[in-house]
Ligand binder design. Structure first.
Ligand code: HEM
Length: 423
């Protein structure tokens, strides 16, 4: 097939994913930033490079590491292939997270879009699970210890945590059974799940006649070339960025996993670093169960809000909403950072309340230290400033998101040997 033939196949495929005509307002770049489309493209790149990696990779603990080394050293473009998979996977987490933030702040999660928001939350957890299971596969020190930390956190979920962690690991320790399980999840179960939910997700976007615009119906224009051209430009830019990263920055590979020697510091992957940082300040049951349950319930619950004051498709609901979100971000940044410093250097709840159960002294007390000012701030906006519910929910979401980002960055950049703070 000549290049114009290939071109028209690509165009026909893209046209099948879209209606014939679209609202002009819906295809402005700063409406969606193309993030959903970029996530789709990254999935295609991941599936393709992942399938190729399967030909070389051996999911056996004595051979996994060597198979990665030989892929990089002896196969033509082997290193590039691994790097492309690695960078696409990391970019996928970031892009899907930004897409989530975009739909949230553009008030696109209500009414007929609620179901898609819920499918989106499932998709987000699938993307994280993909990364988590893939992380172990190179079987080096980095992956072995990160997965050990993460499965330990998991075991703190009441009742089901320990059995789930044991089932995932296939035993008490991270070993061959863990690698077999993770490989099966990463290359079998999760790809199936993501495809099912992506199809549902796209179908629901079509069903509600495309993305929100925040405006009265605009002029309808042909998808081809108006949208297709933009999609091709976005796809080529993402591909160029990926190639650049993959040529100049290698995916990490430390020494082969050694269950007897843990690296110092031993850190989780960047997107879970917020959880690891959180673990340094509060009882593990709160990190693994209490706080995630509250946060997930909140993000599910908010989409059930039915209010006239929701301005679907309007960024931050209004200009006042935007101001409130900026203030909330600054507040959450300062509160989280001050509490990180305080619990590291000043407070010793375990020592001060040694006669109390640790779940109270190192769990409830540090949590209250955060919840009282954050709750007070939200209460002040609600009761005194009479902020409406849609904007109040954006404020709460901002406090949660910014707090997580501050913890993640502290863990990533400000923790050195023995996880001590370094400036
Ligand atoms: C594999 C991951 C995902 C893919 C491939 C994907 C893809 C898409 C695409 C192509 C669109 C339409 C264009 C756009 O908004 O950019 C869209 C819209 C949407 N997505 Fe996703 N998405 C993913 C994950 C998520 C997540 C994690 C959420 C939220 C939790 C989410 C919620 C939504 C919602 C509510 C819409 C409708 C937005 C509107 O009508 O303005 N998606 N998605």
């Amino acid at each position: 097939m000549d290049s114009s033939g290939t071109n028209s196949v690509v165009k026909k495929f893209l046209l099948h994913l879209h209606p014939k005509k679209v609202d002009e307002n819906a295809i402005c770049f700063n409406r969606t930033f193309g993030l959903g489309g970029i996530a789709t493209l990254l999935f295609v790149i991941l599936a393709t490079t992942g399938l190729m990696l399967r030909f070389i990779y051996v999911p056996v603990i004595d051979m996994a590491y060597d198979s990665i080394v030989s892929l990089q050293e002896f196969y033509i473009f082997g290193r590039l292939l691994r790097n492309l998979h690695y960078w696409s996977a990391n970019l996928m987490v970031a892009v899907v997270f930004l897409h989530l933030v975009r739909v949230l702040y553009s008030q696109s999660v209500y009414f007929e879009r609620r179901k898609n928001w819920l499918y989106g939350l499932i998709l987000f957890s699938i993307v994280l699970s993909f990364n988590f299971t893939g992380y172990l596969l190179p079987w080096d020190q980095l992956s072995y210890w990160a997965v050990t930390i993460m499965t330990e956190i998991l075991s703190y979920i009441p009742l089901i945590g320990h059995p789930v962690s044991i089932a995932l690991k296939g035993g008490e320790q991270v070993g061959q059974n863990t690698l077999t399980n993770f490989y099966a999840l990463h290359t079998g179960v999760l790809p199936l799940l993501i495809i099912v939910f992506m199809v549902l997700h796209f179908w629901l976007v079509r069903k509600v006649k495309g993305v929100t615009t925040g405006k009265e119906k605009g002029i309808y224009v042909n998808v081809n070339p108006n949208l297709i051209r933009k999609e091709i430009i976005a796809a080529l830019s993402v591909f160029a960025l990926l190639m650049f990263l993959s040529i100049f920055l290698n995916a990490p590979l430390k020494e082969m996993a050694n269950p007897l020697v843990s690296p110092n510091p031993s850190k989780a992957p960047w997107y879970f670093m917020g959880l690891q940082e959180f673990l340094m300040h509060i009882h593990p049951a709160f990190v693994a169960f209490v706080v995630p349950s509250v946060v997930i319930s909140f993000f599910v619950y908010l989409s059930y809000m039915k209010q006239e004051k929701i301005n679907v498709g309007v960024w931050f609901n209004s200009s006042e909403g935007k101001r409130l979100v900026i203030h909330a971000a600054v507040f959450a940044f300062l509160l989280t950072f001050v509490l990180i410093l305080a619990t590291d250097y000043l407070l010793d709840f375990r020592g001060w309340f040694s006669s109390m159960p640790v779940i109270i002294s190192t769990g409830l007390f540090p949590l209250l230290l955060y919840v009282i000012p954050a709750g007070g701030y939200v209460w002040f906006l609600w009761k005194i400033k009479k902020v409406n519910k849609p904007e109040l929910f954006l404020v709460i979401a901002t406090i949660i998101i910014v707090s997580y980002i501050v913890m993640m960055m502290t863990g990533l950049w400000l923790r050195g040997e023995s996880m001590k703070l370094i400036f």
